[in-house]
Design a protein around this ligand. Structure first.
Ligand code: DUT
Length: 156
């Protein structure tokens, strides 16, 4: 296993600098919880109607080393209790991205959801990322599966 990378975090100016940075809640957690961090004028948070989506600011810029990516994933408790999930799960934070991380949430529940400033809305999972060499070819290698897919082995 490669050594755990170190990821620098810069807070953007109009964010709440008192909120905790992403952190692992337990020793074996794969995801570090990420908080909604609204700018000064929006600290009331956001009321998300059923079916509504929004870009939630985190106030954080990540400095991810080359060879790694950060995935933004939903939290299962919010998903189960309120139907709150991420439209693009898992979101991808590229190692060369230097803008603030945003979380694209959607309310799939049937009640409005009040997303609060400081709430843990998503989790970050850090993973190795390689860039493959893509090349055009006329010869594709043979396998037992062949072109079977989309349920070709049965769906039960
Ligand atoms: O949930 C997300 C997904 C992406 N990003 C940021 C970081 C990422 O590096 C950048 C671009 O994301 P992506 O490559 O998924 O988006 P795109 O639609 O392909 O945009 P681009 O053309 O800028 O790559 O947007 C987030 O802050 N949150």
């Amino acid at each position: 296993m490669s050594e755990a990378p170190r990821i620098g975090i810069k807070r953007i100016e109009d964010s709440d600098h008192t909120l905790a940075l992403p952190s692992y809640e337990t020793t074996g957690a794969a995801g570090a919880d990420l908080r909604a961090n609204f700018p000064d004028e929006a600290r009331d948070g956001l009321l998300l109607s059923p079916g509504q989506r929004a870009l939630v600011p985190t106030g954080l810029i990540l400095d991810i080393p080359l060879g790694w990516e950060v995935q933004v994933r939903p939290r299962s408790g919010l998903a189960l209790r309120h139907g709150l999930t991420l439209v693009n799960t898992p979101g991808t934070i590229d190692s060369d991205y230097r803008g603030p991380v945003g979380v694209i949430v959607i309310n799939l529940g049937d009640e409005p959801y009040h997303l609060r400033h400081g709430e843990r809305i998503a989790q970050l999972v850090v993973a190795p990322a390689v860039q493959a060499g893509f090349f055009e070819t006329a010869e594709i290698s043979e396998t037992a599966r062949g072109a079977g897919g989309f349920g070709s082995t049965g769906i039960g």
